[in-house]
Design a protein around this ligand. Structure first.
Ligand code: MCN
Length: 792
């Protein structure tokens, strides 16, 4: 007999058995009868007019079933890929939202833009035939950087989008912020670049689709983080087919990191083509294709100014950011550098005035959208770098300036000047604990020891807060979103008392099959192994918004908690009837319904069995069965936060940065499973280190070719760049989520880049270095050191 394993315990992850024994079920594992294979023909040009496509040779090639192009898309009147949330220009006009056709129409706008889809009986035949599709291109000048894209005379991606500007967006009180600057004793300034990243989940994107001509039903298996949203967008807006005739299944998904949370053209084309060809079709991206078609992340250029009084207290923060959208708007694209960025610019500080202007810009690059942290790492990096710059210029200790401006624990709930109300937190408490855990007191001695061996040692701090649990409908509505991001859960109790949960979030590495089972086990008192979590299938799960924005626990888990409470409430009614007691007298504890103050009771399993035997209770009052559903729409974001301290050693001979110590103390509210939270923190921190030290998508500025288009040139963090990390939690409870939980899936990625770069700058500060852009590769750092050493 299994036992209940509840909140706070650390059972091993249920899902790992199938993964570790090779029994996972990924899209590319799927085989359907008569399955054919698809290959996309992609643009080799960053910007070009399409002068014609001749598919005749490809069509005549062995095994070829179809070659589809933009002309077929137009003939079938398919819609373009929609941008889920719009933003509004500061003029009050909606953003410019040019069409994003499934297959290019008339023009290509980035290397990798889809031009044609070839379907053949075998994958090899499809690849061979794709080579035979003759595409005429008339190359145009390309623009890849945001600064170039907004210059007068820059090549225009869209005739009706002047200046390549999707929107000129703002948040905050400009006049009040300007006024704050007039009172400043000191103004610190910083220009920085937040480098472009490529998510690279271990499993590449893939789609298998089939069409049943008898019933008119489509089934799409996709590597998606949000199958219901794909079904809605694809059926209603793209393919224009009845939603109930579309089933989207996202089975095991091998990592997403945000990259798989968009509605991609490939999955719509494969689904559409399956009907046209009359056979199931499989498409699996290869790694090189992923580099030029998975949505990229970050890519900001920012100028910022911080106004301080003579004691180092912050008065105002002025930020101007140019954000790269790439060649088209992706599902959430324009929201990331605006709504998920500017509201975080207060950080953990009392920042009386903030004004942020973001110019959202089109360029001839892969579309940019959310990548782990999405907007919040960019904001945190800017705030935490700015604080260090100000501290150095004013001669104030970096910990001291943070403490002087930090929101004290007792000041929560705290209203920032940029929309958000932080409900709870203890930034000072996290910092205190991190200082001890990182042995900051002993840093001087360690630095001296490094110096003796010719190395520079540096310490970097990042005290951060983030907003997750996307997204309260009220907030989404205020920002002009087309819908809130609530979540749903159904708790289905079987007659045996065993439980199936159907939930709208998607587990692609976060351990939901374990943590959600813990919640049900705790709430219903049932054995941990008696709970199965079902997700990722629109024909099984009622509805759901999927997984991203560290929302699964705080929104999905809350829906699950609510549905479990409803089960208990119904169980109590049945128990009251069976035990001939008043409902108010029935207590539910540790899986037993009891008449309070007596030893008369029924176990949860007994009540579940009784629920399915209707003559046991009055049918006029209760329906048979024990299954409850709940929807949960958060009233606010949750605000995890923490303090990260990074210690580095820099080798001046090679410029190599080695992380020699990493400490994180994070507040994620109530912890459901400490082992899983620790794993999430580790993974997140490593991704942040990747951005800080090695990862960067680099385009050739004149041709628009992606130079870092393989793992030879795009450097992922590896075991040898991942330090030993000391992570701990320091929890304050979220005041509005049912279990007091806050999200944890992105905090590591949000807090860490600033900690690393602040440490690198600290190590080089004796050379007069005040800022280093990411990634701090050995090449870049070596040059910084050489330049600093030059006589001035
Ligand atoms: N958890 C917990 N206690 C808390 C907070 C969370 O036990 N106080 C648990 C949750 O129950 C869940 C896990 O930690 O099992 C992560 O929870 P949550 O913060 O709700 O984040 P999500 O599940 O919504 O995951 C999304 C988040 C994001 S946005 C990215 S990007 C990301 C990440 O998670 N992508 C990942 N972590 C990833 N981990 C893996 N392995 N693969 C990815 O693609």
């Amino acid at each position: 007999m299994g036992k209940a394993i509840g909140i706070g315990a650390a059972p091993l992850r249920k899902e790992d058995f199938r993964f570790l024994t090779g029994r996972g079920n990924y899209v590319s594992d799927l085989k359907r009868p008569d399955m054919s294979y698809g290959v996309f023909v992609r643009s080799p040009h960053a910007h070009a007019l399409l002068t014609g496509i001749d598919a005749s040779a490809a069509l005549a090639a062995p095994g070829v079933l179809a070659v589809l192009t933009g002309a077929d898309v137009a003939a079938d009147d398919l819609g373009g890929l929609p941008c889920g949330w719009g933003i509004t220009d500061k003029s009050g006009e909606p953003m410019k939202e040019p069409a994003f056709p499934l297959l290019a129409q008339g023009k290509v706008r980035f290397v990798g833009d889809m031009v044609a889809f070839v379907v053949a009986e075998t994958l090899e035949q499809a690849h061979d035939a794709a080579e035979l599709v003759a595409v005429g291109y008339d190359a145009l000048p390309a623009v890849v950087g945001v600064l170039d894209a907004v210059r007068d005379g820059a090549p225009l991606l869209f005739d009706d989008v002047p200046g390549n500007l999707c929107a000129d967006w703002e948040l905050g009180d400009r006049a009040a912020t300007d006024l704050a600057f007039t009172r400043a004793a000191h103004v610190a300034r910083l220009s920085l670049v937040n480098n472009r990243l490529i998510g690279n989940p271990m499993e590449p994107r893939a789609a298998v689709a089939e069409y049943n001509a008898g019933t008119g039903h489509y089934t799409l298996y996709s590597t998606s983080q949000f199958p219901h949203v794909v079904r809605f967008l694809m059926s209603a807006l793209v393919l224009k087919v009845p939603e109930q005739k579309v089933r989207v299944v996202a089975p095991d998904v091998g990592g997403g990191f945000g990259v798989k949370q968009f509605h991609y053209g490939e999955e719509a084309v494969v689904t559409w083509a399956a009907r046209k060809v009359g056979q199931p079709i499989k498409w699996v991206a290869d790694r090189s294709e992923g580099f030029v078609s998975d949505r990229h992340g970050r890519d900001h250029v920012t100028e910022a100014e911080l106004a301080l009084d003579e004691t180092g207290r912050f008065l105002g923060f002025r930020v101007a950011t140019l954000a790269n959208m790439g060649g088209y708007l992706s599902t959430f694209g324009p929201n990331i550098p605006t709504n998920l960025y500017a509201p975080l610019l207060s950080g953990v500080y009392v920042m009386p005035q903030i004004y942020c202007n973001v110019k959202v810009v089109f360029t001839n690059t892969v579309p940019v959208d959310a990548y782990r942290g999405a907007g919040r790492p960019e904001a945190t990096f800017l705030v935490e770098r700015m604080v260090d710059v100000a501290a150095a210029e004013m001669g104030i200790d970096r910990v001291e300036i943070r403490r002087r401006n930090m929101i004290p624990r007792e000041a929560f709930p705290y209203q920032t000047p940029v929309l958000l109300q932080y409900d709870s937190g203890d930034p000072g408490g996290c910092l205190d604990r991190a200082l001890v855990a990182a042995d900051v007191a002993g840093f001087g001695a360690r630095k001296a020891a490094s110096a003796r061996s010719g190395k520079f040692r540096g310490l970097g701090f990042s005290t951060y807060i983030e907003a997750c649990g996307l997204a309260p409908s009220r907030f989404a509505g205020r920002l002009g979103a087309r819908g809130g991001l609530y979540e749903s859960a159904t708790v289905r109790v079987h007659p045996t008392g065993q439980v199936t949960v159907l939930i709208g979030t998607h587990n692609h590495g976060q351990g939901h099959e374990t943590t959600f089972a813990q919640i049900v086990s705790e709430k219903l008192g049932v054995a941990f192994e008696d709970v199965d979590i079902v997700f990722g299938d629109t024909d099984k799960v009622q509805f759901g918004m999927g997984t991203y924005g560290s929302r699964s626990l705080v929104v999905g888990g809350a829906a699950l908690s609510k549905a479990s409470d409803k089960v208990v409430a119904k169980g109590r009614k049945i128990a009251a009837h069976l035990l001939e007691a008043g409902e108010a007298d029935i207590a539910f504890e540790a899986g037993v319904f009891k008449v309070a103050g007596t030893d008369r009771g029924r176990t949860f399993a007994e009540i579940a069995g009784a629920a399915y035997v209707p003559h046991n209770y009055p049918l006029e009052i209760l329906e048979p069965g024990l299954e409850e559903q709940a929807y949960y729409d958060p009233v606010n974001f949750t605000y995890p936060g923490g303090a990260h301290i990074c210690e580095v050693e820099v080798d001046p001979e090679t410029g190599t940065v080695t992380i020699v110590g990493y400490t994180g103390v994070d507040d994620v509210g109530t912890v459901i499973n400490p082992m899983i939270v620790e794993g999430q923190l580790h993974g997140g921190i490593v991704q942040g280190i990747g951005q800080a030290l090695c990862e960067s998508a680099v385009y050739d500025e004149s041709s628009g070719q992606l130079l870092s288009g393989s793992f030879m040139d795009y450097c992922m963090p590896r075991a040898d760049t991942s330090p030993h990390m000391s992570v701990a939690t320091h929890s304050t409870l979220c005041t509005h989520t049912p279990m007091g939980v806050k999200g944890c899936g992105e905090v590591g990625t949000i807090g860490s880049p600033a900690a690393v770069i602040n440490a690198v700058v600290d190590a080089l500060s004796h050379l007069g270095v005040t800022h280093v852009d990411m990634p701090a590769t050995s090449n870049r750092i070596w040059r910084v050191i050489q330049n600093a050493a030059l006589p001035r």
